[in-house]
Design a protein around this ligand. Structure first.
Ligand code: IMP
Length: 191
């Protein structure tokens, strides 16, 4: 029987990416599907705290089994920044191009350009929660390459590839991404 699960997002990119991993064994509901229109609280200082906060809010207020994810780009030479602040690195207006420009500027004098994307998912189910982590390591290149994807995709080249996330198809990225890896763990747990 299909399991119904709410994913704490209305982001079409993410829903598409995750539906591809889940296949048709799960009935994935968006926030819109459960009539949740308010912004979810996200005031933690870590990916773990933020994903837990979002999932717990939904479980408490909408009584649905659900999961929430939180991701960030962690750059070694910047002490793990922008990390949990990835979306608003260059300011509250959350503009991807501005975030990329700031990151490239802050990295311009650094020799070490290694970085990783990391996702933490919190599943809230029947009053209990479980967390799952996914990581993809790579390098920050000096110029933007590719037009697909979102966020920092044009400057992130995953280890073992000579193209950026923004030069990959949704399927290619979906096989190796931090989110995919975390979601594979979630799916294995659910099955
Ligand atoms: P979120 O928690 O998935 O909303 O991710 C927070 C921020 O991290 C996004 O707004 C992006 O700036 C960055 N980010 C997360 N995942 C990705 C990705 O797959 N590609 C590029 N940027 C990402």
């Amino acid at each position: 029987m299909k399991k119904s699960l709410c994913f704490a997002t209305n982001n079409a990119h993410k829903l598409e990416e995750i539906q591809a991993i889940l296949g048709d064994s799960f009935d994935l509901l968006s926030l819109k599907d459960i009539n949740c229109i308010e912004e979810l609280p996200e005031t933690g200082n870590t990916l773990e705290a933020n994903s837990l906060q979002k999932a717990q809010y939904l479980y408490d207020h909408y009584q649905v089994n659900c999961f929430a994810d939180d991701s960030g780009l962690e750059v070694s030479a910047l002490g793990g920044e922008p990390g949990v602040y990835s979306a608003r690195y260059a300011g509250e207006q959350r503009v991807h191009a501005d975030n990329i420009n700031l990151l490239l500027k802050n990295l311009s004098s650094k020799a070490d350009r290694s970085a990783q994307f990391r996702t933490v998912i919190t599943l809230f189910q029947n009053g209990e929660y479980h967390q799952f982590e996914g990581i993809i390591k790579g390098q920050i290149i000096e110029e933007l390459r590719g037009t697909d994807g979102f966020g920092y995709d044009p400057i992130f080249m995953p280890e073992g590839f000579d193209k950026t996330f923004a030069e990959m198809s949704l399927e290619e990225k979906g096989e190796i991404s931090h989110r995919a890896r975390a979601f594979q763990k979630l799916v294995a747990f659910l099955k």
